[in-house]
Design a protein around this ligand. Structure first.
Ligand code: ARG
Length: 463
């Protein structure tokens, strides 16, 4: 077939082939070939069903199904000649089937349209990616759990406004991300449940007069059931949008963690040492070790959220049912999925490899009057002061330490008593960062004991 020929699939109505520019804007084969395996699985299921329903013969179905397997191996082996003139993966596969098996190939498209075909292929593809994201998140959570377990009682500064707030444990900080990533995981799981209905058999938009068994194809493709409305089945892409929404939120979490790693690995913080495997050097400054992987993960949200906005915008205002606009759905999702998986893998590698600088964390934990709240709480608990008064006394003590250029535990008892005469030696117990974190025993708090409970619970859940 040459570019000038009328299209062999709908050539009956068209005398001439498309203009080259029309062909370029119309073709999707350049990217939708990524759905070849899904397309062939869908066609094989459809052929088997057509035969089971007596719509085509068993011999034809068998021939078609074998021919499709041959095509799959040609594609996987890189021997398949994709043609832009044939527009997309669906017509490329069907045309090749005709070359291989001849006449029966023409029976495959009975009771089917490219509209339900592409909707099916794309759902299968996105479903695989949801599974991959779930697997990637589990691996990342396991890497975080190992960090949390090792450092359940390592102290570090907890921040608000990126100003030292109260000491927390390294384990607690790691477990905060386990919680975030577990919600990302459950978003992918939820999306997967909703997307797992089969559009196949909805045909162009209205269903078909052939006695299809949509339950059978749905089951063969691992769907829970067929979509209940043919117009909806071929025209919504909310399953892809849900994937992108979940991916965007996940990328946002990854970006926040990546930002912390960038800050923590700086010479000013030195909280962590990232492995050489996930860092690069500078071509001009020999002393440098740059956290490039973390920076790139931090940036991935840009394209992933961009894909979400782009597809939402493509879908907005489209009348039912199918419009060619929807061909613009795939590249965004492919790119977002590729980059999400890459970011998850890179983050998992980095977390697995990184080593926390325990002494630096501990030194920073005590700096910046981080135990001021513990002191105020002590005044309330031991001296029976109202919290507001205790807050005021503590503020004066902080000011005194600041003027002296030292931290709270370095004030002498007499210096403290100048501010509040009732203070006793026992106050020094709560001014230590280890005592501070150990006292935060409330459920969800940073005490090492609580962290270890969470680590154990998650380790069990993740198996
Ligand atoms: N390549 C098309 C897409 O990705 C397949 C569906 C074409 N359907 C149609 N009615 N032209 O959307």
């Amino acid at each position: 077939m040459t570019d000038k020929d009328a299209n062999q699939m709908w050539g009956g109505r068209f005398a001439e082939g498309p203009d080259a520019i029309m062909e370029a804007i119309n073709a999707s084969i350049g990217f939708d070939k990524r759905m070849a395996a899904q397309d062939i699985a869908g066609s094989r299921a459809h052929a088997a069903m057509l035969a089971a329903q007596g719509i085509i013969s068993d011999t034809d179905a068998q021939t078609i199904r074998e021919g499709l397997l041959t095509i799959l191996s040609e594609i996987e082996g890189g021997q398949f000649a994709f043609s832009t003139a044939l527009e997309d993966i669906h017509m490329n596969v069907e045309a090749r089937l005709k070359e291989i098996v001849g006449e029966p190939a023409g029976r495959l498209h009975t009771g089917r349209s490219r509209n339900d075909q592409v909707a099916t292929d794309f759902r299968l593809w996105v479903r695989d990616q949801a599974d991959a994201a779930i697997g990637g998140l589990e691996a990342l959570m396991k890497a975080l759990l190992l960090q949390a377990e090792a450092g359940a009682d390592w102290v570090m500064p907890g921040f608000t406004h990126l100003q030292t707030a109260q000491p927390v444990t390294w384990g607690h900080h790691m477990m905060a991300y386990v919680e975030m990533f577990s919600r990302d995981l459950s978003r992918f799981r939820d999306a997967r449940v909703r997307m797992n209905e089969s559009p196949l058999g909805a045909a162009a938009l209205a269903g078909t007069s052939f006695p299809l068994d949509r339950q059978m194809t749905a089951e063969a493709l691992g769907f829970d059931r067929p979509c209940a409305n043919s117009l909806d089945a071929v025209s919504d892409r909310d399953f892809a949008l849900e994937f992108l929404a979940a991916a965007s939120i996940c990328a946002m979490h990854l970006s926040r963690f990546a930002e912390e790693l960038v800050i923590w690995s700086s010479a000013q913080f030195r909280f962590v040492v990232l492995s050489d495997r996930f860092s690069t050097g500078s071509s001009i400054m020999p002393q440098k070790k740059n956290p490039d992987a973390a920076e790139l993960i931090r940036a991935k949200i840009g394209r992933i959220f961009g894909a979400n906005v782009a597809l939402m915008t493509v879908m907005k205002g489209l009348p039912l049912a199918y419009s060619k606009d929807m061909q613009e759905d795939k590249e965004q999702v492919f790119d977002a999925a590729d980059n999400l998986m890459l970011a998850l893998a890179a983050m998992t590698g980095m977390v697995g490899d990184m080593s926390a600088n325990k002494p630096a964390l501990e030194a920073a934990a005590g700096a910046g009057f981080s135990t001021a709240t513990d002191l105020a709480d002590w005044l309330v608990r031991v001296l029976g002061m109202p919290f507001r008064d205790a807050h005021h006394v503590t503020g004066s003590l902080v000011a005194k330490a600041e003027a002296k250029g030292c931290d709270l535990p370095e004030l002498s008892l007499s210096e403290m008593q100048e501010v509040e005469p009732q203070i006793t030696e026992a106050v020094y117990d709560v001014l230590g960062v280890h005592n501070s974190v150990a006292s935060r025993m409330s459920y969800g708090g940073t005490a090492p004991e609580r962290v270890r409970e969470q680590v154990a619970a998650w380790t069990q859940k993740l198996g």
